[in-house]
Design a protein around this ligand. Structure first.
Ligand code: NAP
Length: 249
């Protein structure tokens, strides 16, 4: 029987874990350990880094893993890059289970930027009320833009003060609804939203809300990851597992 490692931290990973558990597959689920109370998975779960690509390759060999599914967030580029190198090193098939990026539709006012620094640069000079919907990492990139009021949405309360003089924090875990996000943006009189192009439905609400309110969005494009097999649908990733992964292709 194949022994699968699922690199998690997304709703896709949780869907995959449920499917693998229902099928009775032998699999281990891996979390980085970033949130205080991660979603419980119906699979044996390990938490914490592997120690880079070499550490992951050693883990794969030691645990006799036969296939790896990278279901991390599209912005978890370090983990995804490590997975490509480690699987090549250990000669283990790898596929990514990754949602497609969002595309702007009519009525959207998106400005695309290549990275977090680009997003900070894209904010106007004059003071604005900015909804930073980018999680807890990388907030420091906006510290130099101290003229703005920031609304920050986080899964867990921050352990240290945020690097802003004028900030409000909302603690909430997705998925979110567009009408809730519209109400949130109205309440906080938001002028501009900063978002990562994560894709998927649960985090899309803020974009639908922005469109409804006619607000501009600074959209951070996805980081580059080395080429690998990628599936956007659960059925495709299970098909890969049952066919290509078994054959080692
Ligand atoms: P990252 O920068 O790509 O990874 C940094 C390091 O964290 C990796 O080198 C690895 O440490 C460890 N790591 C990351 N994902 C792991 C996993 N699933 N299992 C074990 N170790 C893992 O990742 P990140 O952006 O900090 O994201 C961390 C986690 O949060 C991921 O599970 C991701 O799916 C989730 N997440 C990220 C975002 C985001 O916007 N970045 C959003 C939502 C959820 P070692 O090198 O020691 O192995």
């Amino acid at each position: 029987m194949p022994r699968i490692l699922v690199l998690g931290g997304t709703s896709e990973a949780s869907r995959l874990a449920r499917a693998l558990a229902e099928r009775g597959d032998e699999a281990v689920f891996s979390y980085a350990g970033r949130t205080l109370s991660p979603v419980t998975q119906p699979l044996p779960t390990r938490i914490g880094g592997f120690g880079g690509a070499d550490g992951l390759a050693a883990y794969l060999r030691h645990e006799k893993v036969t296939a790896v599914i990278d279901a991390t967030h599209p912005f978890a580029a370090q983990m995804s890059t490590n997975a490509v190198h480690a699987c090549a090193q250990a000669d283990i098939p790898l596929a990514a289970f990754e949602r497609a990026p969002w595309q702007a539709a009519e009525g959207d006012r998106w400005q695309h930027v290549p990275d977090i620094e680009g997003a900070a640069d894209a904010l106007p000079d004059g003071a604005r009320r900015v909804f930073l919907a980018i999680g807890k990492q990388n907030l420091g990139a906006f510290a130099g833009k101290a003229q703005h009021h920031y609304l920050v949405r986080l899964v867990d309360p921050p352990k240290a003060p945020l690097p802003f003089a004028d900030v409000e924090v909302v603690i909430a875990r997705g998925p979110f609804e567009a009408d809730e996000d519209r109400a949130l943006m109205r309440k906080h009189r938001i002028d501009i939203i900063v978002a990562k192009n994560s894709g998927g439905t649960g985090a899309r609400a803020k974009l639908d809300a922005a469109r409804a309110l006619g607000l501009p969005v600074v959209m951070i494009d996805r980081p580059k990851v080395p080429a690998r097999k990628t599936c956007a649908r659960l059925g495709d990733i299970l098909h890969w597992l049952d066919h290509s992964a078994r054959l080692g292709v």
